[in-house]
Design a binder for this molecule. Sequence first.
Ligand code: PSV
Ligand code: MN
Ligand code: MN
Length: 401
Amino acid sequence: MHAGDTLTSEQLQTRVFAALDSFRIEIPSWGFSNTGTRFGKFTQAAAATTIEEKFADAAEVNKLTGVVPTMALHVLWDLPNGVSDVPSIQALVKKYGIQSGSINPNLFQDQEYKYGSICNPSTEIRGNALAHLLDSVEIGRELGAKDVSLWIADGSNYPGTQSMSKRIGYMEEVLTSTHAALAPTQRMLVEYKPFEPAFYHTDIADWGMALELARRAGPQAKVLVDTGHHLQGTNIEQIVTWLLHVGGLGGFHFNDRKYADDDLTLGSIDPYQVFRIFHEILSSDAKGVDDIAFMIDQSHNLKGKLEAMIQTVVTAQELYAKAALVDHAKLAELQQSCRLVEAEETFRGAFWTDVRPIIREWREARGLPASPLAALAEGGYMEKITAERGAKNAASVSSYA
Ligand code: PSV
Ligand code: MN
Ligand code: MN
């Protein structure tokens, strides 16, 4: 039985409206530019070529969806001169009405990080990595951004070539020093990933390592769950439940995948997975459950960048609204009495409820276009940016960001 079968249409609308009113998601600046695979990249005429164009695109996505007030920034790509670029970002924030979201240090592109950044055997290189982290904390503080999101790409490719144990110590030291620099309003999010770019060992390979490092660094450090950063078959919602239970969940990088860290649009492969994650959050009374950053981390290589971003935001809303339809009291009762099929059907029923018509009503009630994708196609923005950026994109195919 669908949740829609047990709720009156008024109850359904109230639940979906309440869920959507409280739902916000952050978009990444790098989702608008020409990014590629390790084999090359296909450029798009409308891709953003400057930080200003990324802000303009984010503002367009926010205008059409109304739920993306912040954009994540990547320090090296968006603030190449570090802290001294803060005033120009502040000017863009003012001009486009999009706030600076999470600050993402870059510890993976510089040649000196060939053997690691915060885990590098060289004291000097670890010091440089720490300096970049401290700069990132300062950038975040000056921009009023809450989170500094650390993805540490460090690892090794062959057994015996690095001391995993020494590297734990190096990481602890740098992360503790980074935490010490945080303002009381800031958090440090520690992301994990099992492999890639390293293929034998990755220094922060799973949620246990990330959680322990975060705990040792200090109370403002939490774990960041990137949905694409798990080995096949991993029960991600169980990890989410554990992190909630121990007060260690800081946020998400949402994307989808079929094989590894594919960075595909959310829910394109397995929407039920995302629904199950949202259910764990919405049914939790853990401390800190209201302080979880929902962020998108996707790289759109084939789909149009703005289309892909809007499609993702809309999908996230749909799955969040579906999860809000689960009848928690009824489910708890069925689970308690081990009425398995009824419990599963109650759960699945919410997932299969078509919330799209109610979401359209919500958008109209909030003064937003009923279909953000159709509004993008009809609004003229794509034609405008394609004309403005086409030549620049054709000329430059070499830079990653
Ligand atoms: C690389 O795996 C990655 O996708 C990580 O998930 C980071 O969060 C992101 O790039 C941005 O640095
Ligand atoms: Mn990520
Ligand atoms: Mn990733």
